[in-house]
Every structure is written in C-alpha cells, then in structure tokens.
Ligand binder design. Sequence first.
Ligand code: UD1
Ligand code: F6R
Length: 416
Amino acid sequence: MKGGYDHFMQKEIHEQPSALVETMRGRIALEVEDCSEGDGSECTLERQGSLKLLDSLDLLKEDGGGAEPLWRGATPRVKLGGLEPHAENILRSRRLIFVACGTSYHACLAARQVVEELTRVPVALELASDLLDRQAPLYRDDTCFFVSQSGETADTLNALQYAKRRGSLCVGITNTVGSSISRETACGVHVNAGVEIGVASTKAYTCQILVIVMIALKLSEDSISKGKRRNEIMRDLLRLPSMMRRVLREEGVIKNLARELAQETSLLAFGRGYNYATALELALKVKELSYMHSEGILAGELKHGPLALIDETMPAVVVATNDALREKMWSTIQQLLARKGRLVLLVSKGDDDILNYFNGEENDGRARIITVDTVCDCLQPILNIVPFQLLSYHLTVLRGFNVDQPRNLAKSVTVE
Ligand code: UD1
Ligand code: F6R
C-alpha cells in the first residue's frame, strides 16, 4: 500500500509529479490553427479539429526543451468543465473570497497574487473559523471559493452554509469527489491529486495551488492585455512535473540537513510575496509532525520584532528564489547574517551572486543551501515547498515520532 516507501507521507510527497499531471489532465487544451491551407509547416499537431486536449502522456513529455514543437502554431487554453458556465458571473463579482483552514489556506495565500493580477478583481482570504467568529459581511455579488482537501472540514463547511445564506456564489475546490463541500457548492473544480492518507497534507497542497492558478488563467482568457503573461504561465505549467521530479532527487541532501537540525528546539522560516505561504506551510509541517516549535514569518516584518530572536543558535530558513522580491530577500539574508543567524537558504539554480558569496572563503559554511529550478513566479511555491515537506518528514523520523498519524490530530476535522 505504501508502494515501497516507509510511510504514506513519503509516498505522497513522491507522488507529486504524477499528481500534478492528474490535476492538469484533460484541462489543458491547445487550440490549433487551421492547417488545411499552406504547406502545414507551422502546425506540428495532428489535424484533429481545432481543440486538442493534452493527455497525461503529452504532459509528461513536456520538459523545457521538448516543449516547443508541441506549442508551435497553437494557443493554449485551460478547460475547467465545472467552472465554464459560471465564469462570467464570477468575473462580475465585487470580490473573490477564498475560505479555508490550515494547509488549504496556505494554498490560497500562495495563489492569491496571480488571481488578483489576472482577474483584476479584489481577492480576500479568510480562515473559515475567523470568518464565522467575526460574522464577516458577505454579499450577493461576492464569489466565495471553499478550498478543502477532504471536503468535510467543519469550519469550512459551516462558512459555506453561512455564505449561502447571504446569497454569495459558492464555488468548491476539493480533492474528494462526492464530499459535502463538493455537493453543497454551486459549482467547482476537483483537484484530482488522488487519495491522501498521511494526516499532513502534501500533494493536495501543491495541486490546490495549481488549480487556483488554472482558475485565474480560465477567468482571464478573454483579456488581451494579459495574453503574454498567460502564455508564459501556461508553458511553465507543463514543465512543472519534470522540475518537481528533479527536486525530489535531492532527498539525500535534505536528509543530511535534517540530521543537522534534528536536535533543535525551534526553527524560523522567512518568505515574502508568493513565498510567504511557503514559510507558513514549512512551519506548519515542522510543528505538526516533528513537534519542534516553528514559526513562518513575513520577511517584511523582520525588523518589527522577529529580528530580536536571531543569534548564532537560532536556525532560520530563508526562501530567496528568483522573482521580483529576490533583492529584498537578499537584504533579509544580510540582516540575519549580521546577527550571526544559522541560515538555511532556498535559492534558484544559477543564482551565482548568492552561491558564490557563500562559496567564497570568507563566508564558507555560514549557510546551508538548497537549490531548485526557476519556474514562472506564481508557480514557484509549488516547487519550493517540496524540500521542506521532505525536511519535516525526515526531522520527524529522526526524532522518532509517528509521521502519518501525529498526536492529537485527525485527517478530517469534522468538529469545530
Ligand atoms: C468531469 C468529470 C471527469 C471527466 C471530465 C470529462 C467528475 C467528478 N468529473 O471533470 O471524470 O473526465 O468531466 O469532461 O465526474 N463541483 C462542485 N463543487 C466542487 C467540485 C466540483 O460543484 O467542489 C462540480 C463542478 O462544477 C462540475 C462537477 O462537480 O459540475 C465535476 O467537477 P470536475 O471534476 O472538476 O469537472 P471536470 O474536470 O470537467
Ligand atoms: C496540515 C493539514 C491541515 C489541513 C486542514 C484543512 O498538514 O493537513 O492543516 O489542511 O485541517 O483540511 P481540509 O483541506 O481537508 O479542509
């Protein structure tokens, strides 16, 4: 049942390349130009009508260099059967509100910026319990997205009933077909990541981010001004599974890092922008599984308090992969170094400035460095969390705790 792995969590972490393929399967379409005229040299797809859905085989073949022939002469589109009839209504909403708990909430946080960017509709995030505690105002012209792996989380389900009573359009993003949230929402998207057994959510998280990005692409498909950006994201979607496979091959490096950190009592994690969610999700995984105190911190808040925690004994993870905020993250690294912090850095392959700095004589050994491929900024959190899922897994095994069934927790939280 564990397919040769020691635990379900490890299996589910390693299933992520194929889970991403399953999430995209039948949902990425290439609109092919009419090849019947001319010599057909621009059309590299078989002539099968105007829309070709990529199957999982096509997706697996995509790997950067191999991408071009498939794409030439074709316009990529996202097809989300459940959402199509409601897309116009959703776009007319005054606000898009994402409601979830725990890891599912982090998936919403990771994808928020791209939804705002592509739809230009204000996006709010709500922890389901907090929305209910505040009895927050919701209106008929709001669209609420309820994001849940199990589709049975009591707080999220109660928030859904609350939103329904206020007349908002309720959309589900669930991994469980036939679940309460799937049934109770007006429409939605199944995540299709496959069954998740380990209590800690892993493959559902990365696939939830992917689904929300695909929803943003779907909702913005008529926007000419967003066309270039959309195409950029679409191309990188197909590169994700192979890039994810490359991250997973580095498990040995992460296991060594876990050995170095296994006796610590605390671990801080810094990120910002798309990767604030990565820092929060890393901290949640570490604390719920290894029972080590861990805190995810928005790097922009460093000087407003957390910096006081930094000294030569405090391990601090910094997510500093290449995007528009890379310079700001470099400045965070400098601040932490100045206080002699024990750094673990996640950086992009080929970021020679950072890599050379820490390979130089002066700073050799001052940071442990993990590298990942660079992908389109809004998809980067999907890759970036994987080394930290592995880190929390190995920390837990080394500390001798039950990885698949952490104390006091249940897979599906069906009571408030
Ligand atoms: C659907 C089929 C899939 C088939 C494909 C072919 C199902 C579950 N999925 O996938 O097997 O290969 O068509 O065209 O039969 N929904 C909600 N709330 C949610 C999630 C989904 O109401 O939280 C609704 C959707 O609006 C939709 C239906 O459930 O009406 C199925 O959703 P989804 O599986 O995402 O649709 P497709 O990807 O089109
Ligand atoms: C943490 C984890 C939880 C769930 C949360 C919501 O690893 O799995 O934080 O994400 O309980 O569950 P769902 O997504 O089923 O609504």
